[in-house]
Design a protein around this ligand. Sequence first.
Ligand SMILES: NC(=O)C1=CN([C@@H]2O[C@H](COP(=O)(O)OP(=O)(O)OC[C@H]3O[C@@H](n4cnc5c(N)ncnc54)[C@H](O)[C@@H]3O)[C@@H](O)[C@H]2O)[C@@H](O)CC1
Ligand SMILES: [K+]
Length: 508
Amino acid sequence: MYVVTSEEMRKIDAYAIQKIGLPSLVLMENAGRGAAKAAVSGEQAEIRRWAVLVGKGNNGGDGVAASRHLMEWGFSPTIIYVDNPDSFQGEAAIQRDIAAAFGVPSVIYEEGEVNWADYDGIVDALLGTGSSGAPRKKYASLIIEANESVLPITAMDIPSGLDPDTGQVHTPCIQAERTAALAYTKRGLEQYPGLKQAGEVSICSIGIMADLASEHDVRTFRTDAAMLEKRFGIYHGEPAREADSNKGTYGHVLTAAGTRLMAGAGLMSATASLRIGAGLVTWAVPERVLDNVVGRQPEIMLTAFADEGTGDWSAVKASDVVNVIENKQAAVLGPGMGRWKKDRDWLEKIWKTSSCPLVIDADGLNILSETNFSLWKKRSAPVILTPHPGEMARLCGCSVKEVQQDRIGIARQFAEKNGVVVVLKGARTVTAAPDGSVSINTTGNPKMATGGAGDVLTGVIAGLLAQGFEAESAAVYGVYLHGLAGDEAAQKRSRSRAVAAGDIIDEL
Ligand SMILES: NC(=O)C1=CN([C@@H]2O[C@H](COP(=O)(O)OP(=O)(O)OC[C@H]3O[C@@H](n4cnc5c(N)ncnc54)[C@H](O)[C@@H]3O)[C@@H](O)[C@H]2O)[C@@H](O)CC1
Ligand SMILES: [K+]
């Protein structure tokens, strides 16, 4: 599913109007009817008396059209104009006149004068994709009153007060129960905290073909089964194995991760690669750690690096790692590895001299964040980085707050600049590819916020790489599957507060 910015939406609207010849009044009419339908569908069908809050732009025009449809269907709408509707222009003015002639009751808002007990539900058509900054003056007071009424609110396109492009929530902002997104979902509806303001989001078709987004170079997507199939040819749910295949068909993952006190990181990553279907998995550790990990997961092969008796990665030669990963189809580097004095040179050597696809996480990312690795020689094989917001902030040299305020923008910029795939973890994980494509994941749940879940993700992605998925699809599909497994684990343990990383592995 395509996810648009307000600017992209404006361009697509203009194209539909000017090049396809769809009159903008028709689009507004469709928007009004669609959103009215969304408001009164399902259990809200019983809501009779609607307050329709109308701003002075096209979002307001949509709301006026919606109120007329509600009246036509036997409901009792009242339009509450935030400003004098005499100032309306274009299609919104036409809708205003039709609604008046139709007999839709209307009032002009005055602070504190709305008797909210006269209504059972609210349609929010104050501000849409043309809004900027926090709602001002009467818009703000009307939003506050609407929220305080605790009536169920259906937002038209976006909840008023939400930044349509970043998902940041201004003060005040409508707290909707439902949002009818017009033509496409918006970035702000797909990222936290905006997501929480929007409630249940449905896409309301207004006469614009979904694929117009692709023609307008929209490259932000929501990951769902249809998108996986369309973009990557992945038929989710189909058996993935050919009858005449063998373990060699499904690739070999090398997991370079874990020390004595953090052995679990390597074990969980390697086990996840196994469960997701890699033909072979080898777990590599410093020699002195070997005895501690023998027999932990019998299907996983083990290899040990000379470590001068320390048990630390600091004593492992980069060239030894390169030798071991060279004939593998994917390698995981970083989880539970620790940091040491010359770790940057160490990682740079592996980066430059190996041709194995790399999944880098945890300490591997911390090493990268202290180098200017965009100056390192470009790799022919792909690199997938899987930072959480703190690691992303260190990689970009900014604050966690800045990362969270624009997760899509930050991940995309970093991926484009450095030629790597970035998986920015967190609720609604964002995967950005070097060509600027961004996929927003929808699977997963907060019970997965436990140590080790990230290690499992590295294993899943590496396991898919080994099976021949190219880098972006391995990352996007891996994130999707990891979340689905977490959802199943949470469902099975519905009375638990959390799922352990091992529970996620069990469901892969
Ligand atoms: N052809 C089109 O462009 C279509 C647009 N549609 C609707 O039009 C909306 C976008 O319409 P507009 O571009 O007119 O913009 P909006 O209706 O979102 O809002 C713009 C108006 O609000 C004011 N405003 C902006 N920020 C404000 C703030 N923070 N506080 C108070 N007032 C503020 C502006 O001065 C302007 O008058 C979409 O969300 C959608 O609902 C639909 O009718 C479908 C077709
Ligand atoms: K709105």
